[in-house]
Ligand binder design. Structure first.
Ligand SMILES: [Zn+2]
Length: 56
């Protein structure tokens, strides 16, 4: 069985992961409305925290 990352929330639209459910919901709301990413929200994603140079 594949081990899944615990306590992370995924935006179903852009696929970014968040530690905070509210951030994930914000991202998903934004993505569905604007079809693009809000940098203020995506900066809090787990992916962004792993690669500062991309989202700085
Ligand atoms: Zn998103």
């Amino acid at each position: 069985m594949k081990e899944q990352q615990a306590d992370t929330f995924k935006c179903e639209i852009c696929g970014l992961h968040y530690n905070d459910k509210i951030d994930a919901q914000k991202c998903q709301e934004w993505c569905s409305k604007h079809n693009s990413c809000d940098l203020e929200v995506t900066a809090r994603s787990i992916e962004a925290s792993k690669s500062h140079h991309i989202f700085s």
